[in-house]
Design a protein. Structure first.
Length: 519
């Protein structure tokens, strides 16, 4: 994966990293508010159920006590016992004695005149019968809950089932609904008809309707459902309060994450990573500048020059990327890529022209690279080219440490490569060190060629090279005057715009084929 792709990926991660914590904080705020909302409703429903069971158990206890009465029924003692019981149990409104569901007397009347009870709506698992009825001895038009045994029925006020104060942060209403006939026999406020119809769905536990949330808890044994509901407005207010708490954490986390990811992106966009990407992506090109014999104009070889194309079509100066490679430890990888490109571009051409050569520039770090010699051997064998056709150019800096450079140069020469001193005279070393160098060719820098007419350094360099029997190549020849001067002083080879600029492989091969023979 290239740095560009990695940056695109990390940018996507950055966007996600910024959005997710904020969205998560909003979600957490909503979730916490919703959980608290539903927890309050569930808690209230549970308390209503506890209250309902307490009232029913109290009714059952009253029935059990009346079943133990021994004596004449509907007499004074029997009526007193039923009245005493209705006073003892605070939720029991009336105790009725029945014979085959026909009331005979009650705690309110010695002789009951109410109609017979219908068959029970439900019989509990422990044998108690249950009704929702409007029958009573005092003529009230209201539904009452009734629980009975074979001989006794106790009347209960449905409001006692839901006599529970909500302890939540907002008002909650409650209703008891008979499941068989959908009868609301107790409610703290009117229950929506549409909600009442929805209770027929057995799996319904929550319902949102008309700006309110309904919590439904069914009690099958008793045949009714506890329905609690509350307006959504307090939920929204609670969500806003939760948002004030969670959103700053989300924003803070997003900012920290963004800062961290941006640091990574800036690092990946560093010049080193750009250069590494270009090497891994094999973006570098090699152009070839012809080297010609000055006396005949015939091509004898070429210098390989690295080019780094940019997105706008321009080329980055080698002075920039070569220096960058040296500073970032990528010199060996860059050199290896250029060497491979030389063989890929001109390997076949060199094999067809065994008298031609290509010189490749090496950096000082390449002399200590253990990867370069085997790479050269492998490529020479692959393309069936003798080592003499690949020359190696070193600047004066490459010879700065003889203990390092001398063994490396000797190894390349033993392998058959010619060694050039590139840009001679521009470095910091003395001319006298030429006597100790195991090199073949000296390249006269363009700056000396440009100053032939008014500086006397170039003749001294030429005489030094002649005395050491070094072949000379003059760089940067641009005029006929420079060419004539170099010829007169015995310089054998040259390169420069007078002949040709550095060319891509196709253009170079075409130029070379037209200049194989002397003019």
């Amino acid at each position: 994966m290239t740095t560009r792709h990695l940056i695109n990926l990390i940018t996507c991660v950055l966007i996600v990293a910024v959005l997710v914590p904020v969205c998560l904080s909003i979600w957490l705020a909503h979730r916490n508010a919703q959980e608290k909302f539903y927890d309050d409703m569930d808690s209230f429903s549970s308390r209503v159920l506890i209250r309902t069971n307490k009232v029913i158990n109290e009714a059952k206890s009253a029935l059990q006590q009346m079943e133990q009465f021994k004596g004449p029924v509907c007499g004074q003692e029997h009526t007193l016992a039923m009245r005493r019981l209705s006073f003892t149990f605070r939720n029991v409104q009336e105790v009725i004695y029945v014979d085959n569901l026909r009331p005979l007397c009650s705690s309110l009347e010695n002789n009951s005149h109410t109609s017979p009870f219908p068959p029970a709506l439900r019989v509990t698992s422990d044998g108690y019968r249950a009704w929702v009825t409007s029958l009573n001895d005092i003529g009230l038009k209201r539904h009452m809950a009734a629980i009975g045994t074979h001989n006794y029925i106790v009347m209960l006020d449905p409001a006692s089932f839901i006599d529970v104060i909500p302890f939540g942060s907002w008002p909650i209403d409650v209703a008891l609904v008979g499941l068989q006939r959908n009868i609301v026999f107790s409610s703290s406020s009117p229950l929506q008809t549409a909600v009442l119809r929805q209770l027929q769905h057995e799996d319904l536990t929550h319902l949102q309707y008309n700006g309110a949330v309904y919590n439904i808890r069914k009690v099958p044994d008793l045949g009714f459902a506890i329905v609690t509901w509350a307006s959504l407005r307090p939920l929204k207010e609670s969500w806003h309060h939760q948002l004030y708490f969670w959103l700053p954490f989300g924003i803070l986390f997003s900012l920290v994450t963004a800062w961290f990811v941006l640091r990574i992106i800036r690092r990946l966009q560093s010049p080193r990573h750009r250069l590494l990407d270009a090497i891994n992506g094999r973006e570098f090109q090699v152009h070839f500048q012809p080297i010609v014999a000055l006396d005949s104009g015939r091509i004898v070889g070429a210098e390989a020059l690295a080019r780094w194309p940019q997105q706008d079509g321009s080329y980055l100066s080698p002075e920039i990327f070569v220096t960058l490679a040296e500073q970032t430890g990528l010199t060996s990888r860059l050199t290896a890529l250029i060497v491979e490109k030389v063989f890929e571009d001109l390997g076949e051409w060199l094999r067809q022209h065994p008298d031609m050569h290509v010189s490749v520039n090496l950096a000082p770090a390449d002399l200590v690279s253990s990867a370069l010699p085997p790479l050269l051997v492998r490529l020479l064998n692959q393309w069936q080219i003798p080592a003499a056709q690949i020359a190696l150019e070193l600047t004066e800096r490459g010879f700065a440490d003889p203990l390092v450079s001398a063994p490396a140069i000797a190894g390349f020469r033993r392998a058959g490569h010619a060694i050039y001193i590139d840009d001679f005279g521009t470095g910091y070393s003395s001319l006298s060190y030429l006597q100790d160098l195991d090199v073949d060719t000296l390249k006269i820098d363009k700056s000396f060629v440009d100053a032939l007419e008014y500086k006397n350094v170039t003749p001294h360099i030429i005489e030094m090279a002649k005395s050491l029997k070094l072949t000379m190549v003059a760089e940067g020849i641009e005029t006929e005057g420079q060419l004539d001067w170099l010829r007169r002083h015995g310089v054998e080879y040259g390169q420069g715009w007078l002949y040709s600029k550095a060319l891509p492989k196709e253009a170079f091969i075409l130029w070379a084929e037209n200049n194989l023979e002397p003019e």
